[in-house]
Design a protein around this ligand. Structure first.
Ligand SMILES: Cc1cc2nc3c(=O)[nH]c(=O)nc-3n(C[C@H](O)[C@H](O)[C@H](O)COP(=O)(O)O)c2cc1C
Length: 303
């Protein structure tokens, strides 16, 4: 079974990636798993300055999912480049760096710093719902998306993957804006803005009040959005949101994704990420496919 996929000019040995923020930088997991079963590494969001994130509690379990309001905790770009990148490079995998900022200029500055040849793409996080500025406030407005993506496009030759938020009325408007501004691919979805209440304390369970919902509960929303975008854009889609089994991953490919990312379910069971490639091959073979790439967009709609 041919497992290679192309995301624009980026060739991945297989379409299975960890979702940003749910995998650290792969450094801990490499002690227990063979990372070569992945198509690449996607970093946690990197910002210009170090961020401590939101106050705790910032994680809660929900029916078939979880809520998080981490708030982009990360050690900042200089530490990422000086310390973490060298450790991630040892895995010899394509590296996708997830970038987050408050202003368009933050994304430009970050993109300009990502010169290392092993960094194959920049995933612009225009979708985190847990910070007061940047991210989702950009990703819910097509003009803002165009402004940021075109500014980054001018600043770098690296492929740009734009990570979109599902917290919008029409996801296709956002995808089309990213494509028009020069994005090479779309990653979707980030988490759905949500809340959990503790009735005993009469307060939201998360200190941030709201958080982002992820995990199997969001998968039908994510699939619908991948399918809608696939029908209007020409650039590839990296699909995610709730993938917990090989059937889920194949459903994303059928709906139009060229690759998938797995987040919350891999936090519960990291082995899922590493068995996924082989399981996809077995199931794809049983379904009559000879390559994983030919599954993309093969969904047959009812009239
Ligand atoms: C704890 C946690 C941290 C996350 N951090 C980031 C992040 O730094 N950047 C980002 O683009 N998405 C982040 N996400 C969103 C995931 O990458 C993914 O888009 C979302 O969780 C849906 O996939 P899943 O249901 O497989 O988790 C985070 C999600 C979780 C649960």
């Amino acid at each position: 079974m041919e497992t290679k996929v192309k995301i624009g000019d980026v060739v991945l040995s297989c379409p299975v990636l960890p979702a940003s923020g749910c995998f650290g930088y792969g450094i801990e997991l490499a002690q227990h798993y063979d990372l070569s079963a992945l198509g690449g590494i996607v970093s946690k969001a990197v910002t210009l300055e170090e961020r401590l994130g939101n106050d705790m509690p910032r994680i809660a379990e929900t029916p078939s999912g979880m809520l998080n309001a981490i708030g982009l905790e990360n050690p900042g770009v200089e530490f990422f480049l000086d310390v973490l990148l060298a450790q991630i490079k040892r895995f010899n995998l394509p590296i996708i760096v997830n970038l987050a900022g408050n202003e368009p200029t933050d994304y430009v500055e970050l993109a300009e710093k990502m010169q290392d040849p092993q960094i194959v793409a920049l995933e612009l996080n225009l979708s985190c719902p847990n910070v007061k500025s940047g991210c989702m406030s950009i990703g819910t407005n097509p003009q803002e998306i165009e402004r940021v993506v075109s500014a980054v496009r001018r600043a770098t030759e690296k492929p740009i993957w734009v990570k979109l938020t599902p917290n919008v009325t029409d996801i296709t408007e956002m995808a089309l804006a990213a494509e028009a501004a020069g994005a090479d691919a779309i990653s979707l979805i980030n988490t759905l803005l949500a809340m959990v209440v503790d009735v005993k304390t009469r307060r939201p369970l998360l200190k941030n009040n709201t958080g982002g919902l992820s995990g199997p509960a969001v998968m039908p929303v994510a699939l619908r959005m991948v399918s809608e975008c696939y029908r209007v854009i020409d650039i590839p889609i990296i699909g995610m949101g709730g993938i917990a089994s090989v059937e889920d991953a194949l459903a994303f490919l059928m709906a139009g994704a060229s690759a998938v990312q797995i987040g919350s379910s891999a936090m519960q069971n990291p082995g899922l990420l590493f068995s996924m490639k082989d399981e996809m091959c077995t199931m794809a073979h049983d379904l009559g496919f000879s390559s994983l790439s030919e599954i993309t967009g093969c969904l047959e709609y009812w009239n």
